[in-house]
Design a binder for this molecule. Structure first.
Ligand code: ATP
Ligand code: MG
Length: 137
């Protein structure tokens, strides 16, 4: 039923569990699994050399997180996408662009507000997704 499954990964414990579920679902359906991680753009008002330094660090961190997602799921490099932008928006664009049939993500992420039952990115994706969304606890 699912041909393309998109995993949104931010390195949190919830996302790690989502990675396991996404991998198992992809295997069960014989689907292509895509993993994406979005990093927020660095504001250019920082100016040089702070802008370059901040961007470099942000990219390195994002690449580490994406590599971790690949290690957990075993997806090849070409199916691991680094996205720039607000996470929910970037995830939704990737899901549309890649014609994903299913998005898998955590209910919560790295955010510190433990009292909310759903993170803001999950909430936005669920509200606007073009396909079913599987939220993993
Ligand atoms: P908030 O960000 O609102 O403080 P939170 O961090 O607890 O709350 P979300 O950010 O909504 O919750 O995270 C829920 C899930 O969304 C994560 O488990 C992960 O699957 C996905 N996600 C969050 N941020 C990103 C990101 N930058 N790139 C890819 N996926 C992400
Ligand atoms: Mg978050």
């Amino acid at each position: 039923m699912f041909r393309t499954i998109l995993l949104a990964y931010d390195g949190s414990d919830h996302a790690k569990r989502a990675a396991e579920v996404a991998k198992a679902e992809a295997q069960a359906h014989g689907a292509r699994l895509l993993v994406v991680h979005a990093y927020e753009p660095v504001p250019d008002y920082l100016g040089e050399p702070f802008f370059e330094e901040a961007l470099k660090r942000r990219l390195e961190r994002a690449e580490r997180i994406l590599a971790e997602a690949r290690a957990l799921t075993g997806v090849p490099k070409e199916d691991a996408l680094l996205l720039e932008g607000a996470p929910a928006q970037a995830i939704l664009e990737a899901a549309r662009g890649e014609k994903a049939d299913l998005i898998v993500m955590g209910t919560r992420g790295l955010g510190a507000l433990g009292s909310l039952f759903l993170g803001s990115q999950s909430q936005r994706v669920v509200a606007e997704a073009p396909c079913p969304v599987l939220l993993v606890r």
